[in-house]
Design a protein around this ligand. Structure first.
Ligand code: XIL
Length: 387
């Protein structure tokens, strides 16, 4: 069994991977890597000539209650994104009541450790309280009211961190898979122009920050064409946009060829490309492995979809290593076009993938395992950068 599995992966990965079954937390191979972990180079140092390497942090981490994650972040990542703490529901849950504690904690930690911060996200249809879209009678807000609220949120949030944040996901997930505009409350009430308004307010509130459009499945040609159309529309009106972020929530077979074409498209427009929320699920999904990241989807937990509750198989572990290696090989080929690669989390015990789109699964999508140990492929990724 072991030998057969190893035949199907590259020699280097097999050498560095766990070929034992199961591998719930740390395997002998993981331990071997980590027993020399002080010798393990930092991921962001290894890639420093090419692009930034980041992670999304949650409140437990930024408030100091998860020192093991912070030890990883200190060493391996040079750019940080708040996983939830700068979303509208975190910043202004009730109209006029701003709560910046979580966001401040992340910015303070980044300053102390000399890491850059990416703001996420100014305008999104998710994790935005319903009051935003309603007037004080509970009816749908008028266009003017919604624009005024968008402006005050952007000025309060992007303005507060105008000297601290390197770039903002200004608009998140405004497109359908076919590249047309999603009919979100923003789009329905304001019209397509909500995009122009969001980027204009962000440029005014944080003139030094880079401004990005961010979405999932932008490897899909039709969807990327929609994003390119948006960017061209902004540019034609003299409104600044600096980059496009592909979230990068993939399944075990990332869409490498399509992704390559999409990177080329962004580059041809003179925009920066970033992979903003990278994780690779080893699980199967009700709508196929690269089903995107619509957070409103919620399927009932079925054992059939949760095969590795007690430990990942060696075969899946090897496929995961191969998928990461292939992706980073692609990123390295396009290192001039790619500005940043951010993982959506630090270790497997704290990833949103354990709960989306089914609550309570056990997934293994990140470079660090449930015992906060670097998986063997981390060393492979580091070696790839050093070739
Ligand atoms: C996710 C967070 O990771 C979860 O903790 C939260 O419950 C839901 O949102 N696309 C995005 C991210 O842009 O903000 C989402 O983050 C994942 C999909």
């Amino acid at each position: 069994m072991r030998v057969i599995n190893c035949i199907f992966v590259t020699f280097s990965i097999c050498l560095l991977s766990s070929c034992s079954l199961p591998n719930s937390a740390s395997s002998p191979a993981t331990d071997a890597v980590n027993s020399q972990s002080s010798a393990l180079t930092s991921l962001s140092d290894a890639y420093s000539n090419y692009f930034d390497i980041g992670a999304a942090l949650n409140r437990t981490q930024t408030s100091g209650q998860d020192p093991q994650s912070i030890a990883i972040v200190d060493k391996h990542f040079n750019t940080l994104t708040p996983e939830n703490d700068m979303k509208w529901e975190s910043i202004q849950p009730i109209e006029g009541q701003f709560t910046f504690e979580g966001a401040d904690a992340l910015v303070q930690y980044a300053k102390k450790t000399n890491k850059s911060v990416i703001g996420h996200a100014l305008v999104w249809h998710e994790q935005t309280p319903s009051w935003v879209f309603e007037d004080d009678q509970g009816n749908e807000a008028s266009r003017e009211l919604l624009i005024a609220r968008m402006k005050s949120q952007i000025f309060a949030l992007a303005g507060r961190y105008k000297n601290d944040i390197k770039g903002w996901d200004v608009v998140n997930e405004a497109l359908n898979e076919d590249g047309t505009m999603r009919e979100s409350k923003w789009q329905q009430i304001i019209g397509d122009e909500f995009i122009e308004l969001a980027f204009t307010f962000a440029a005014q509130a944080a003139p030094k920050a880079e401004l990005y459009y961010n979405d999932y499945n932008l490897y899909n040609a039709a969807k990327m064409d929609g994003a390119i159309t948006l960017a061209k529309r902004l540019k034609a009106k003299g409104i600044r946009i600096d980059g496009i972020g592909e979230q990068g929530h993939y399944g075990i077979t990332p869409p490498l060829d399509e992704l390559e074409l999409s990177i080329q498209k962004v580059a041809s427009l003179g925009l920066k490309m970033m992979i903003t929320e990278l994780d690779i699920s080893v699980l199967k999904f009700p709508e196929g492995e690269n089903m995107g990241a619509d957070i409103s989807l919620n399927f009932e937990l079925q054992d059939d979809y949760n095969p590795y509750a007690k430990g990942i198989s060696a075969e899946s572990n090897n496929k995961l290593a191969q998928a990461y290696s292939d992706l980073f090989a692609l990123f390295l080929r396009y290192e001039k076009e790619i500005d940043r690669v951010t993982f959506w989390g630090v270790s497997d015990n704290n990833t949103w993938r354990n709960n989306w789109p089914m609550k309570g699964r056990t997934d293994y999508p990140l470079p660090f395992d449930r015992s906060y140990q670097a998986k063997p492929f981390v060393r492979t990724l580091i070696k790839q950068a050093q070739l």
